[in-house]
Design a protein around this ligand. Structure first.
Ligand code: TCR
Length: 773
């Protein structure tokens, strides 16, 4: 394709030369080179075209006849890149002292370039270490629109992102002032939540931006300075301190150069009339004109000692020291060259040979530092960490607060122990630069799609999960016996639930059950006192007593349900209850059967008989024995046990009794129900039997109460949970026991105590069967 372009060019030139209407009297010519798409070839071709020489050889001999060995400089990276591309063509050695751009390390593009300042790779890395050290995660960057700024920020970004920190914004300062472009940068700084901003630029490009910050009154930002402006006198002015005070950044270590101060002072414009740079300096420094044009004149009497400017300040010799080393590097290389290869002046092609030595140069500086150029022409980076503070005179002082140095095998970032860093924040504390604050304990990070990883949402942990520390990615699940607290920051032991004696419900039930037992006792006492009265006798003393005993058992059995369940109490409560009821119902059955028989007999109109005590004793015995049998089997084969119920409620462990075998349980209570049904049926059939104490009716009614209580118990029991389940059961026990107690004994006690007249032989002796006799 390139060849076609070239041919087209030739074709067009030919065409134009043949035409008569343009350039009739001249002929266009051409000279064509292949650039190989490389900058160096293109530059070379341009030079050939410029110099007009077929084989373009530079003239290393200059006008004074001195031989050009190499070049020191230049300052900025972009300039060095431009110069080095040309010098590289001829392998003419170039030693840089301030150009730090990483591309200059590429020896294929810049074969003859070395430098005495470290590449920005080191500085960017140091900046990331600094940022990590202070825990900032959300960083803005502003770069100068040149190789220094752009490459510097590029490396910085790469290193920052490799440690999972984020760039909030990335802006470029215009080289040529443009209102819109500048406004864009200012807006980014103003609106961003990033309070820490890296400024990768030289001081010259930075100045307009500084004015802009002052103009917009943007304070409360912490600037991470790049080495090019951290010690710049044009930025470090006291009037900018409110905006740029507290800036922190790395600088080349300073050094003292012996004799330099005297040398700097030893200038005077009159010494060399051709030294225009000195004359210009003089005119600017003393604000006069040299030698004698218009007013005011420079007199030549001006005293440099009275001045206080950057030129004469030898306290911050940093790049200055690099300049010195650059010259030394060149000199040492030449020294080796002349000793080893070219003892005579006439060594041809000195330039290219010097490159060999300059790329391997190694020497120790006046202050003991070892300079060693590596294969890329770079030196290792050592930096001082400087912080802008205000000194006693109200000037800005660059206070060294730390270092970035190479120890043994790795770089180390250190903050000096006893140093205080000035932070230009409202609280004067370390600034806080985050996109989203750390998620507090109890929450976890949630990704926000399409946003940097430093911006996230805090999602509360689910129930039973916790995050103990701030900034967790995941919530942990609590262990089996644990549950999350309300804040989800801690796993806490699950609450243990059972119906305790000391809580209101438990206590009430205890009172009710003891009260029930006392009532039964009271009835017994009444029966014992009135044991000789017809009523007590007619109803069968022993039977009544047994019923009273069994009711006491059932009422008190509810106590076994209350309190923390144990295996023994789980077994005891069900069995006692079942046995208690079976005894009670069996006794009642004994009674009702006798009533039933009496009724049968009364129907057949024969005389009253009484059933023999033996019968009801047998009935009771059989029923109780059956029940005992079932209970024993139950306890032996599949007894109820304590069970820690964790499923039904997450936040609690419910201590409850597990029934063990439901079949056994059902048959156990089934016997009771069966007995109750029998009682009911027999009394129901015999309900018309006239009797003075309404014995039959009372029992019927008692049984009805019993059924209603237990039938309503089932749904209530099934629909409650935890300790209330137990409470429901106890209610049922108490209610049915009180029901039976009330129906069986209340009317009789009423007659015994309050209507003694009715408790006489003739009435009682009437037609009521006397069971006991
Ligand atoms: N590298 C910059 C230029 C530069 C500079 C400086 C200029 C550096 N340090 C100090 C003036 C003063 C670091 C570059 O362009 O590579």
């Amino acid at each position: 394709r390139g060849f076609r372009w070239m041919k087209t060019m030739i074709h067009t030139i030919k065409e134009i030369n043949e035409r008569k209407d343009i350039l009739p009297n001249s002929t266009l010519g051409y000279q064509i080179f292949d650039t190989c798409f490389s900058i160096s070839k293109a530059t070379e071709s341009a030079l050939v075209l410029l110099t007009g020489q077929e084989e373009n050889r530079p003239n290393f001999l200059n006008s004074t006849g001195a031989y050009l060995a190499g070049i020191v400089g230049s300052g900025g990276s972009s300039l060095s890149v431009a110069v080095s591309r040309i010098l590289g063509l001829y392998y003419l050695s170039q030693v840089g002292y301030a150009s730090t751009c990483t591309v200059l390390s590429d020896k294929r593009q810049f074969p003859s370039y070395i430098r005495t300042i470290a590449s920005d790779k080191f500085q960017s890395e140091a900046m990331v270490k600094l940022i990590q050290h202070f825990g900032w995660v959300w960083i803005g960057t502003i770069a100068a629109d040149d190789d220094y700024g752009k490459y510097g920020v590029k490396i910085f970004k790469e290193k920052l992102e490799s440690v999972n920190l984020c760039i909030a914004f990335s802006e470029i300062l215009p080289k040529v002032y443009s209102k819109e472009k500048m406004q864009k940068v200012v807006d980014a700084v103003r609106t961003s939540t990033a309070k820490v901003i890296v400024l990768y630029t030289s001081d010259i490009d930075l100045s307009p931006f500084v004015l802009e910050m002052v103009y917009h009154n943007i304070t409360d930002r912490t600037w991470i300075a790049s080495e090019a402006w951290i010690t710049s006198a044009s930025i470090a002015k006291p009037e900018y301190f409110p905006y740029f005070g507290g800036s922190i950044g790395f600088a080349v270590p300073r050094s003292d150069i012996p004799g330099l101060k005297e040398f700097l002072y030893d200038i005077h414009p009159s010494r060399d009339p051709n030294d225009i740079l000195t004359i210009e300096f003089w005119q600017t420094a003393f604000n006069c004109t040299w030698p004698n044009s218009s007013v005011p004149f420079c007199t030549g009497e001006e005293k440099l000692e009275d001045l206080k400017n950057t030129y004469l300040d030898v306290s911050q010799l940093r790049i200055t020291n690099n300049v010195r080393q650059a010259v030394y590097a060149m000199a040492y290389a030449m020294d080796r060259l002349s000793r080893l290869w070219c003892p005579s002046i006439l060594c041809r092609d000195k330039g290219a040979r010097l490159m060999f030595f300059i790329q391997r140069v190694k020497f120790t500086t006046h202050d003991g530092r070892k300079i060693h150029v590596d294969r890329n022409g770079d030196v290792t980076g050592y930096y001082d960490l400087l912080n802008w503070q205000l000194d006693d005179n109200g000037d800005i002082a660059f206070v060294k607060v730390g270092e970035y140095i190479f120890t043994q095998s790795k770089f180390e970032f250190m903050i000096r122990k006893n140093s205080t860093i000035f932070w230009n924040t409202e609280s004067s504390k370390i600034p806080h630069s985050v996109c989203t604050d750390l998620c507090p304990p109890g929450t976890r990070k949630g990704i926000r799609h399409g946003e940097p990883t430093c911006c996230f949402e805090c999602i509360p942990c689910a129930d039973g999960h916790v995050s103990r520390r701030a900034g967790q990615r995941e919530c942990e699940q609590c262990g089996e016996d644990y549950w999350s607290n309300a804040e989800k920051s801690e796993c806490v032991l699950k609450e243990v639930e059972f119906l305790a004696y000391d809580e209101a419900l438990g206590f009430t039930l205890v009172i009710l059950s003891i009260f029930g037992a006392l009532v039964v006792l009271a009835v017994t006492v009444v029966y014992v006192i009135y044991r000789h009265t017809p009523l007590v006798n007619a109803n069968g003393r022993e039977l009544s007593f047994l019923i009273q005993v069994s009711l006491t058992i059932t009422v008190l059995s509810s106590l076994l349900f209350i309190g923390k369940p144990y295996n023994w109490s789980c077994m005891a409560c069900q069995v006692t209850l079942a046995l208690g009821f079976s005894l009670c119902l069996a006794c009642i059955l004994g009674k009702t059967i006798s009533l039933f028989l009496a009724y049968k007999i009364s129907k057949s109109k024969t005389r009253l008989i009484s059933i023999r005590p033996l019968y009801w004793k047998i009935i009771i015995l059989i029923s109780v024995l059956v029940e005992v049998g079932i209970c024993t089997a139950y306890l032996v084969l599949e007894p109820p046990r304590v069970y820690k119920n964790m499923e039904s409620q997450n936040i609690k462990i419910i201590f409850e009794c597990n029934e063990g075998s439901v079949e056994f349980l059902c048959s156990m209570f089934g016997v009771d129900v069966f007995l109750a049904l029998l009682c009911f049926l027999t009394t129901f059939v015999a309900r018309q039997l006239p009797d003075n104490y309404y014995e039959g009716k009372c029992i019927t009614f008692g049984m009805l109460v019993f059924f209603i209580v237990w039938i309503s118990f089932v749904p209530a029991y099934l629909s409650t949970k935890g300790k209330f389940k137990v409470a429901v059961e106890i209610f049922a026990i108490l209610a049915s026991s009180y029901g039976l107690l009330g129906c069986l004994f209340a009317p009789k006690c009423f007659i015994i105590l309050l209507r003694p007249k009715r408790n006489t032989d003739e009435i009682v002796g009437g037609r009521v069967p006397a069971i006991d006799k």
